[in-house]
Design a protein around this ligand. Structure first.
Ligand SMILES: [Zn+2]
Length: 269
């Protein structure tokens, strides 16, 4: 099966969804294929898991100039080296050198040319190595957000690699790309990345208020925060809520530290 064209998106964007649905991956990892009009060589963003059928489908939609990685979580990058091999050595480019194959690490602010301008935006928070790609054909733009913003629901701040202060800054940054369609790492396309970034910021601020209330009620650990703030959490994703709660405690701890009050009152674990 080929890649499907998508309503409301430029014809040079196609989606190949990986067969790895789950509580953290929603319908599965979105592997994006970009190919500028008239260009033989396309670009793959996030090959996804090491699934030979999925990688063969990606290869069938080639040839490719390079393979881009939004961040180093296995559901995005696990199949990258194998895909590069299948494609005869096409470079894999990631912010983290550990995930690069036959290429240099991505540098935030740099433009990659592929018949399309692909700008690398540093958007740490979900992980320290998370980047977004702002792709421009000279007329239309799209933003590939990886797991920094998902097509539905919220993402996890994967503490301690993820950092809530950095994440809020990344959301602020994305909230300036008005009316740019968003191609997330999981879930459906959204029409306006800026609007979704603002929803995420509101959600994070509400959660912080809830965490502050949980601390006031006596919660001292991430586990205790989860019990108070997420009482109905699905057991299958509780670990992710604990990561996010730890990130929130760490963030609030630093704020308290900066305001001169003792920073040791809260146990971030
Ligand atoms: Zn991730």
């Amino acid at each position: 099966m080929g890649a499907a064209a998508l309503d409301g998106l430029p014809g040079w964007v196609a989606l190949l969804r990986a067969p790895n649905p789950g509580p953290m991956t929603l319908d599965g990892t979105n592997t994006w294929v970009l190919r500028a009009p008239g260009e033989a060589l396309g670009v793959v963003v996030d090959p996804g898991p090491l699934d030979e059928n999925h990688l063969a489908r990606i290869a069938d939609n080639g040839p490719y100039r390079f393979i881009l990685i939004t961040h180093g979580h296995h559901d995005h990058v696990e199949g990258a080296a194998r895909l590069s091999e299948i494609l005869g050595g096409v470079p894999v480019l990631a912010a983290d050198p550990a995930h690069c194959v036959a290429g240099e690490p991505l540098v935030p602010g740099h433009l990659l040319a592929a018949g399309l301008d692909i700008e690398v935006l540093a958007t740490p928070g979900h992980t320290s190595d998370s980047v977004c790609f702002l792709v421009d054909d000279g007329d239309t733009r799209v933003m590939l957000t990886g797991d920094t913003i998902l097509g539905r629901g919220t993402t996890v701040v994967a503490h301690p690699d993820g950092d809530l202060g950095a994440y809020l800054g990344s959301l602020e940054r994305l909230s300036s790309s008005e009316e740019v369609p968003m191609l997330p790492g999981h879930g459906p396309v959204r029409a306006d990345v800026a609007a979704v970034a603002r929803e995420y910021l509101d959600h994070r601020r509400q959660r912080l208020t809830q965490v502050e209330a949980a601390i006031a009620a006596g919660a001292q650990t991430a586990e205790q925060v989860v019990d108070l703030v997420y009482p109905d959490i699905d057991p299958g994703v509780r670990f992710a809520a604990v990561w996010s709660a730890a990130a929130q405690l760490d963030y609030l701890n630093h704020k308290i530290g900066e305001s001169g009050r003792p920073a040791s009152r809260l146990d971030p674990l």
